[in-house]
Design a protein around this ligand. Structure first.
Ligand SMILES: [Zn+2]
Length: 100
């Protein structure tokens, strides 16, 4: 068996595995497994009901961590909007300064 054959076989196997994983992600096999649709706590991954919003379990620690994460996420989103906005303002100012 040559090195090329080995690589080719490995590639084929990986592609097959990827396809299988993709089809199971689409939920085709869900009925077969017999697991009710559910979410997981975003902190500790404990299964929680589908309608739970936000998706955290009843643990106080998880609620606290989730709140902290949510705060920093919101701050990041604000920054992501602010930085381009400030850049555009400076650019406009620069163009106006050059023209006027
Ligand atoms: Zn939790």
């Amino acid at each position: 068996m040559s090195r090329k054959d080995t690589i080719l076989r490995a590639a084929k196997r990986t592609a097959k595995e990827a396809r299988a994983a993709a089809s199971s992600r689409r939920g085709k096999n869900r009925a077969k497994i017999g697991v009710e649709p559910h979410r997981h706590c975003v902190v500790c991954w404990t299964p929680v009901p589908l309608e739970e919003e936000p998706a955290i379990c009843s643990s106080e620690e998880c609620a606290r961590i989730h709140k902290k994460r949510e705060r920093s996420r919101k701050r990041l989103v604000v920054l992501m909007y602010m930085i381009p906005a400030i850049t555009v303002i400076f650019l406009i100012q620069g163009v106006m300064g050059a023209a006027g």
